[in-house]
Write a protein that binds this ligand. Structure first.
Ligand code: PMP
Length: 386
């Protein structure tokens, strides 16, 4: 791992000062070492990916296409969003090159240096990284106990939220909390940017209806991804937005990459129209549920007296709070020496802290035997710290 950011050459743009290598990319660069047990990335299980058949793909798909994305795919997505309780038309859907692109487009639309952005704490580190790159100042909020007045006082340009199976905490907002978040955005007229890539990985019944669908007045952007439910290598996601925002996001998309990969869009549409899709999603959830449960049993054995956590009702992560506030980045350096990788908690916080004593563990990638071995090694290291 290389902890030092690159220096900023004078002829580069001012914003490259805020450009730091992603901690997760750096960790991913060591996880492929032979013998490494990784709880770090949010990688879906390799054998969960569908087998694609390109035989019937029309040749014209290889031509340039519309920036908004393939019409049939946008229609299909709009239908699905309506079923989830979000009223929108196909015209309001924009296909993305991965939902990470949505984060970049929204940041470009709203953020100047010093602009206030409301984010949960902790939250998705690669969103913090993009928002920071454009110069955002963070207003941290707790989606479970919303302080509406603080939100109004700070006047953030938008609120970024992952209400369902949050990355990294795994928590899912209940109906009351969803209503409160929507009401806070409505009251302060703050656009809500809802990021929802994990919704299909559901293991225990819980409320998953989009918060954007509960808004009365505030502008909104809702985004989803095919990375977790199909395959991340397709690099395909989508957003839907209120009509006041969509044309600007489409222009930004056009400037960024003209349009998303049309072959991926065609493949995804075949999958969405496959009558076996809902069975496939159920099977996927069933497998991950099993992995989550096995992982939690190993966690109880090794971390029962070292940390606390809540069982995630969906998604891919356990979020551990250690009994002592140690610097988990330091713990990671030692763990890598022992061939175990995880995500330290500090990069998920919108404010800089010396040590947070929290860490994120992915449970979908490692086998049961690897989880047992890796958690045992990690617990031994934590005991050495305490
Ligand atoms: N948002 C969140 C909360 C994520 O966790 C991720 C990646 N895991 C993304 C967006 C980006 O996903 P993708 O670009 O693969 O759709």
């Amino acid at each position: 791992m290389n902890p030092s950011p690159p220096t900023h050459p004078a002829h580069f743009s001012t914003r490259t000062r805020y450009l730091h290598p992603s901690p997760i990319r750096e960790i991913l660069s060591v996880v492929n070492r032979p013998g490494m047990i990784s709880f770090a990335g949010g990688l879906p299980a390799l054998d969960s990916f569908p087998r694609f058949n390109l035989d019937s793909m029309p040749q014209e798909i290889l031509q340039y296409g519309p920036s908004e994305g393939e019409w049939a795919l946008r229609q299909r997505i709009a239908e699905e969003l309506q079923e989830r309780g979000l009223q929108c038309t196909a015209e309001q859907v924009l296909i993305l090159s991965g939902s990470q692109q949505g984060i970049d487009l929204v940041a470009k639309l709203f953020i100047d240096p010093g602009t206030a952005v409301a984010v949960e704490s902790p939250t998705y580190l690669a969103a913090l990284q993009v928002f920071r790159f454009f110069g955002a100042r963070f207003v941290a909020y707790d989606a479970e106990k919303l302080d509406v007045h603080a939100m109004q006082r700070e006047k953030p340009v938008f609120a970024y939220a992952i209400p369902t199976f949050q990355n990294p905490s795994g928590r899912c907002l209940d109906a009351t909390q969803r209503d409160a978040l929507a009401a806070a955005c409505d009251a302060a007229r703050i656009p809500l940017f809802e990021d929802d890539p994990y919704r299909d990985l559901v293991y225990d019944s819980c409320e998953r209806g989009p918060v954007c669908g509960r808004l009365q007045r505030a502008p909104w952007i809702y985004q989803g991804s095919f990375s977790k439910s199909l395959a991340p290598g397709l690099r395909l996601g989508y957003l839907a937005a209120s009509p006041d925002l969509l044309p600007f996001l489409t222009s930004l998309k056009q400037a960024a990459d003209l349009h998303s990969n049309r072959v991926s869009q065609w493949l995804v549409l075949q999958q969405l129209n496959d009558p076996a899709r809902s069975r496939h999603l159920d099977e996927l959830a069933q497998r991950y549920r099993q992995r989550r449960d096995n992982f939690e049993m190993a966690l109880r054995r090794h971390f029962g007296d070292l940390a606390s956590w809540k069982t995630p009702p969906g998604g891919l992560f356990f979020w551990l709070t250690l009994n002592r506030r140690i610097d988990t980045r330091q713990l990671l350096s030692e763990a890598i020496e022992e061939s175990v990788a995880f995500m330290p908690g500090e990069p998920f916080l919108p404010v800089d802290v010396d040590s947070c004593g929290q860490l994120r563990l992915n449970f979908s990638h490692a086998s049961e035997a690897q989880a047992e071995l890796g958690l045992g090694k990690l617990a031994a290291l934590v005991r050495g710290f305490i």
